[in-house]
Design a protein around this ligand. Sequence first.
Ligand code: ADE
Length: 286
Amino acid sequence: FYGRSNSSPEHLAEVDEWEIPPGSLTLGEVLGCGAFGQVLLGVLNTEGLNLQRTENSEPPTNLQYVAVKMLHEFATDAQKQEFLQEMALMKQIGPHPNIINIVGCCSQREPLCLIVEHAQYGDLLYYLRKYRHLIIEAQSCDSGITTPDDQLTNHDILSFARQIAVGMEFLSQRGFVHRDLATRNVMVADHKVIKIGDFGLTRYVYTDKLYVAGKSSRLPVKWMAIEAIEEFHFTKETDVWSYGVLLFEMVTLGSTPYPTIPNKALLKHLKRGYRLEKPDSCTPEL
Ligand code: ADE
Protein backbone atom coordinates (compact mmCIF):
# COMPACT_ATOMS: atom_id res chain seq x y z
CA PHE A 1 0.00 0.00 0.00
CA TYR A 2 2.61 2.60 1.08
CA GLY A 3 5.76 0.54 0.86
CA ARG A 4 7.93 0.34 3.92
CA SER A 5 9.33 3.49 5.46
CA ASN A 6 12.59 3.75 7.40
CA SER A 7 10.69 4.06 10.66
CA SER A 8 8.92 0.79 10.00
CA PRO A 9 11.54 -1.91 9.50
CA GLU A 10 9.06 -4.66 10.30
CA HIS A 11 5.87 -5.42 8.48
CA LEU A 12 3.51 -4.52 11.35
CA ALA A 13 0.09 -5.76 10.24
CA GLU A 14 -1.75 -6.91 7.17
CA VAL A 15 -2.96 -4.03 5.02
CA ASP A 16 -6.73 -4.15 4.72
CA GLU A 17 -9.68 -1.93 3.89
CA TRP A 18 -9.31 -0.09 7.25
CA GLU A 19 -5.90 1.35 6.37
CA ILE A 20 -6.00 5.17 6.17
CA PRO A 21 -3.38 7.06 4.14
CA PRO A 22 -1.63 9.35 6.66
CA GLY A 23 -2.21 12.31 4.30
CA SER A 24 -5.98 12.05 4.87
CA LEU A 25 -5.61 12.75 8.59
CA THR A 26 -4.93 16.11 10.27
CA LEU A 27 -4.10 15.95 13.98
CA GLY A 28 -5.26 18.48 16.58
CA GLU A 29 -5.42 18.89 20.35
CA VAL A 30 -4.72 16.19 22.94
CA LEU A 31 -7.95 14.63 24.26
CA GLY A 32 -6.36 12.31 26.79
CA CYS A 33 -3.35 10.23 27.82
CA GLY A 34 -3.00 6.56 28.64
CA ALA A 35 -0.33 3.99 29.37
CA PHE A 36 0.12 3.39 25.64
CA GLY A 37 0.35 7.03 24.48
CA GLN A 38 -2.06 9.83 23.70
CA VAL A 39 -5.50 10.28 22.21
CA LEU A 40 -5.67 13.25 19.84
CA LEU A 41 -8.52 14.97 18.11
CA GLY A 42 -8.25 14.49 14.36
CA VAL A 43 -10.01 15.58 11.20
CA LEU A 44 -10.27 12.88 8.57
CA ASN A 45 -10.76 13.76 4.92
CA THR A 46 -12.81 10.84 3.67
CA GLU A 47 -12.74 11.87 0.02
CA GLY A 48 -11.61 8.92 -2.04
CA LEU A 49 -11.68 6.57 0.97
CA ASN A 50 -14.01 3.61 0.88
CA LEU A 51 -15.01 3.70 4.58
CA GLN A 52 -17.74 1.72 6.26
CA ARG A 53 -20.14 4.49 7.20
CA THR A 54 -21.62 4.39 10.67
CA GLU A 55 -24.97 5.92 11.59
CA ASN A 56 -24.64 9.67 11.45
CA SER A 57 -27.33 12.32 11.51
CA GLU A 58 -25.00 15.05 10.23
CA PRO A 59 -25.20 16.20 6.61
CA PRO A 60 -22.77 14.36 4.32
CA THR A 61 -19.37 15.99 4.25
CA ASN A 62 -15.88 14.87 3.37
CA LEU A 63 -14.55 15.95 6.75
CA GLN A 64 -15.15 13.91 9.88
CA TYR A 65 -13.97 14.55 13.44
CA VAL A 66 -12.24 11.47 14.83
CA ALA A 67 -10.31 10.46 17.95
CA VAL A 68 -6.83 9.15 17.17
CA LYS A 69 -5.26 6.76 19.66
CA MET A 70 -1.54 6.85 19.05
CA LEU A 71 1.10 4.48 20.37
CA HIS A 72 4.05 6.37 21.90
CA GLU A 73 7.43 6.03 20.21
CA PHE A 74 9.09 4.26 23.17
CA ALA A 75 6.48 1.50 23.32
CA THR A 76 7.84 -1.96 24.02
CA ASP A 77 7.24 -4.81 21.56
CA ALA A 78 4.67 -6.21 23.98
CA GLN A 79 2.76 -2.88 24.03
CA LYS A 80 2.94 -2.77 20.23
CA GLN A 81 1.44 -6.27 20.01
CA GLU A 82 -1.27 -5.34 22.50
CA PHE A 83 -2.12 -2.25 20.46
CA LEU A 84 -2.28 -4.24 17.21
CA GLN A 85 -4.51 -6.75 19.01
CA GLU A 86 -6.87 -3.92 20.06
CA MET A 87 -7.00 -2.71 16.43
CA ALA A 88 -7.79 -6.21 15.14
CA LEU A 89 -10.49 -6.66 17.76
CA MET A 90 -12.20 -3.35 16.98
CA LYS A 91 -12.40 -4.30 13.31
CA GLN A 92 -14.52 -7.29 14.37
CA ILE A 93 -16.77 -5.63 16.94
CA GLY A 94 -19.09 -3.06 15.38
CA PRO A 95 -20.68 -1.09 14.13
CA HIS A 96 -23.29 -0.31 16.78
CA PRO A 97 -24.75 3.09 17.79
CA ASN A 98 -23.81 2.60 21.48
CA ILE A 99 -20.16 1.79 21.02
CA ILE A 100 -17.20 3.86 19.85
CA ASN A 101 -16.72 2.34 16.41
CA ILE A 102 -13.45 2.05 14.56
CA VAL A 103 -13.08 4.41 11.58
CA GLY A 104 -9.70 3.19 10.37
CA CYS A 105 -6.08 2.66 11.31
CA CYS A 106 -2.52 3.50 10.30
CA SER A 107 -0.67 0.24 10.88
CA GLN A 108 2.05 0.34 8.24
CA ARG A 109 4.35 2.90 9.79
CA GLU A 110 4.97 4.40 13.16
CA PRO A 111 3.40 5.90 15.12
CA LEU A 112 0.71 3.23 14.97
CA CYS A 113 -2.71 4.91 15.06
CA LEU A 114 -6.17 3.62 15.83
CA ILE A 115 -8.79 6.01 14.47
CA VAL A 116 -12.21 5.88 16.12
CA GLU A 117 -15.41 7.91 16.27
CA HIS A 118 -15.09 11.14 18.21
CA ALA A 119 -17.61 11.78 21.00
CA GLN A 120 -18.09 15.51 21.37
CA TYR A 121 -18.61 15.66 25.16
CA GLY A 122 -15.75 13.37 26.16
CA ASP A 123 -16.03 10.70 28.83
CA LEU A 124 -19.10 10.15 31.00
CA LEU A 125 -17.22 10.56 34.31
CA TYR A 126 -16.10 14.05 33.27
CA TYR A 127 -19.59 14.85 31.95
CA LEU A 128 -21.33 13.76 35.18
CA ARG A 129 -18.92 15.75 37.36
CA LYS A 130 -19.12 18.79 35.10
CA TYR A 131 -22.92 18.90 35.11
CA ARG A 132 -23.29 17.83 38.75
CA HIS A 133 -24.57 21.24 39.81
CA LEU A 134 -26.89 21.47 36.81
CA ILE A 135 -28.98 18.39 37.55
CA ILE A 136 -32.63 19.35 37.43
CA GLU A 137 -35.67 17.47 38.58
CA ALA A 138 -37.49 15.93 35.68
CA GLN A 139 -41.26 15.66 36.09
CA SER A 140 -40.95 11.92 35.82
CA CYS A 141 -38.24 9.41 35.01
CA ASP A 142 -40.25 8.12 32.11
CA SER A 143 -41.56 11.46 30.88
CA GLY A 144 -39.51 11.05 27.69
CA ILE A 145 -38.59 14.74 27.76
CA THR A 146 -35.23 15.40 26.18
CA THR A 147 -33.25 18.17 27.82
CA PRO A 148 -30.41 20.20 26.28
CA ASP A 149 -26.94 18.60 26.23
CA ASP A 150 -25.77 20.91 29.06
CA GLN A 151 -28.47 19.88 31.54
CA LEU A 152 -28.95 16.59 33.33
CA THR A 153 -32.09 15.00 34.71
CA ASN A 154 -32.88 11.65 36.31
CA HIS A 155 -34.45 10.79 32.98
CA ASP A 156 -31.05 11.30 31.32
CA ILE A 157 -29.33 9.08 33.91
CA LEU A 158 -31.86 6.36 33.18
CA SER A 159 -31.41 6.82 29.44
CA PHE A 160 -27.60 6.56 29.81
CA ALA A 161 -28.00 3.36 31.85
CA ARG A 162 -30.28 1.88 29.17
CA GLN A 163 -27.95 2.82 26.30
CA ILE A 164 -24.95 1.28 28.08
CA ALA A 165 -26.98 -1.90 28.69
CA VAL A 166 -27.90 -2.03 24.99
CA GLY A 167 -24.24 -1.59 23.97
CA MET A 168 -23.08 -4.25 26.45
CA GLU A 169 -25.78 -6.66 25.28
CA PHE A 170 -24.49 -6.22 21.73
CA LEU A 171 -20.90 -6.91 22.83
CA SER A 172 -21.75 -9.97 24.91
CA GLN A 173 -23.98 -11.46 22.21
CA ARG A 174 -21.04 -11.24 19.84
CA GLY A 175 -18.80 -13.04 22.32
CA PHE A 176 -16.83 -10.13 23.78
CA VAL A 177 -16.03 -9.43 27.42
CA HIS A 178 -15.15 -5.76 27.93
CA ARG A 179 -13.36 -6.11 31.34
CA ASP A 180 -13.05 -2.35 31.93
CA LEU A 181 -16.61 -1.02 31.98
CA ALA A 182 -16.65 2.20 34.03
CA THR A 183 -17.86 5.77 33.41
CA ARG A 184 -14.29 6.82 32.49
CA ASN A 185 -14.49 4.46 29.49
CA VAL A 186 -17.94 5.49 28.28
CA MET A 187 -18.24 8.50 25.95
CA VAL A 188 -20.96 11.10 25.49
CA ALA A 189 -21.72 12.09 21.90
CA ASP A 190 -24.10 14.67 20.45
CA HIS A 191 -27.75 14.57 21.60
CA LYS A 192 -26.82 12.54 24.70
CA VAL A 193 -25.98 9.44 22.71
CA ILE A 194 -23.81 7.19 24.87
CA LYS A 195 -21.00 5.11 23.40
CA ILE A 196 -18.95 2.45 25.17
CA GLY A 197 -15.28 2.92 24.43
CA ASP A 198 -11.77 1.82 25.35
CA PHE A 199 -11.55 -1.76 24.22
CA GLY A 200 -7.95 -2.07 25.42
CA LEU A 201 -8.82 -4.91 27.82
CA THR A 202 -11.66 -6.42 25.75
CA ARG A 203 -11.33 -10.10 24.80
CA TYR A 204 -13.16 -12.41 22.43
CA VAL A 205 -14.40 -15.35 24.54
CA TYR A 206 -16.97 -16.87 22.25
CA THR A 207 -15.91 -20.50 22.61
CA ASP A 208 -15.13 -20.94 26.32
CA LYS A 209 -17.03 -17.83 27.53
CA LEU A 210 -14.23 -17.12 30.00
CA TYR A 211 -11.01 -15.14 29.84
CA VAL A 212 -8.36 -15.88 32.44
CA ALA A 213 -6.08 -12.86 32.68
CA GLY A 214 -2.44 -12.80 33.68
CA LYS A 215 -1.58 -10.79 36.81
CA SER A 216 -1.59 -7.10 35.99
CA SER A 217 -1.46 -3.95 38.04
CA ARG A 218 -3.58 -2.27 35.35
CA LEU A 219 -6.77 -4.03 36.39
CA PRO A 220 -9.59 -1.78 37.71
CA VAL A 221 -10.12 -3.46 41.11
CA LYS A 222 -13.10 -1.39 42.32
CA TRP A 223 -15.08 -2.33 39.19
CA MET A 224 -14.17 -6.03 39.37
CA ALA A 225 -16.29 -8.95 40.57
CA ILE A 226 -14.95 -11.18 43.34
CA GLU A 227 -13.90 -13.99 40.95
CA ALA A 228 -12.12 -11.46 38.74
CA ILE A 229 -10.08 -10.03 41.65
CA GLU A 230 -9.41 -13.42 43.16
CA GLU A 231 -8.88 -15.69 40.17
CA PHE A 232 -8.60 -13.28 37.21
CA HIS A 233 -11.75 -14.87 35.75
CA PHE A 234 -13.59 -12.54 33.38
CA THR A 235 -16.98 -13.39 31.84
CA LYS A 236 -20.04 -11.50 30.68
CA GLU A 237 -21.30 -11.88 34.26
CA THR A 238 -18.25 -10.02 35.62
CA ASP A 239 -19.07 -7.24 33.11
CA VAL A 240 -22.56 -7.13 34.70
CA TRP A 241 -20.89 -6.57 38.12
CA SER A 242 -18.90 -3.67 36.61
CA TYR A 243 -22.17 -2.33 35.19
CA GLY A 244 -23.56 -2.26 38.76
CA VAL A 245 -20.57 -0.22 39.95
CA LEU A 246 -21.05 2.06 36.93
CA LEU A 247 -24.70 2.61 37.98
CA PHE A 248 -23.39 3.74 41.38
CA GLU A 249 -21.06 6.21 39.65
CA MET A 250 -23.94 7.54 37.57
CA VAL A 251 -26.42 7.96 40.40
CA THR A 252 -23.80 9.76 42.53
CA LEU A 253 -22.86 11.90 39.49
CA GLY A 254 -19.27 10.69 39.42
CA SER A 255 -18.32 9.68 42.97
CA THR A 256 -15.55 7.13 43.41
CA PRO A 257 -16.94 3.76 44.53
CA TYR A 258 -15.99 2.55 48.04
CA PRO A 259 -14.28 5.90 48.79
CA THR A 260 -12.96 4.82 52.20
CA ILE A 261 -11.67 1.40 51.14
CA PRO A 262 -8.23 1.09 49.52
CA ASN A 263 -7.97 -1.30 46.52
CA LYS A 264 -5.91 -3.81 48.49
CA ALA A 265 -8.57 -4.15 51.21
CA LEU A 266 -11.60 -4.42 48.92
CA LEU A 267 -11.61 -8.20 48.35
CA LYS A 268 -11.70 -8.89 52.10
CA HIS A 269 -14.76 -6.61 52.50
CA LEU A 270 -16.57 -8.12 49.51
CA LYS A 271 -15.95 -11.67 50.72
CA ARG A 272 -17.51 -10.74 54.07
CA GLY A 273 -20.62 -9.70 52.13
CA TYR A 274 -20.10 -5.94 52.10
CA ARG A 275 -21.59 -4.23 49.02
CA LEU A 276 -21.96 -0.68 47.70
CA GLU A 277 -24.83 0.97 49.52
CA LYS A 278 -27.75 2.73 47.89
CA PRO A 279 -26.59 6.32 47.52
CA ASP A 280 -28.74 9.05 49.15
CA SER A 281 -29.07 10.64 45.71
CA CYS A 282 -30.84 7.54 44.36
CA THR A 283 -34.53 8.35 44.57
CA PRO A 284 -36.99 5.48 45.05
CA GLU A 285 -38.25 6.15 41.52
CA LEU A 286 -34.73 5.90 40.03
N1 ADE B 1 -11.05 10.69 24.49
C1 ADE B 1 -10.66 9.43 24.33
N2 ADE B 1 -11.37 8.84 23.35
C2 ADE B 1 -12.26 9.75 22.90
C3 ADE B 1 -13.30 9.75 21.92
N3 ADE B 1 -13.54 8.67 21.20
N4 ADE B 1 -14.01 10.87 21.75
C4 ADE B 1 -13.75 11.95 22.50
N5 ADE B 1 -12.80 12.03 23.42
C5 ADE B 1 -12.07 10.94 23.63
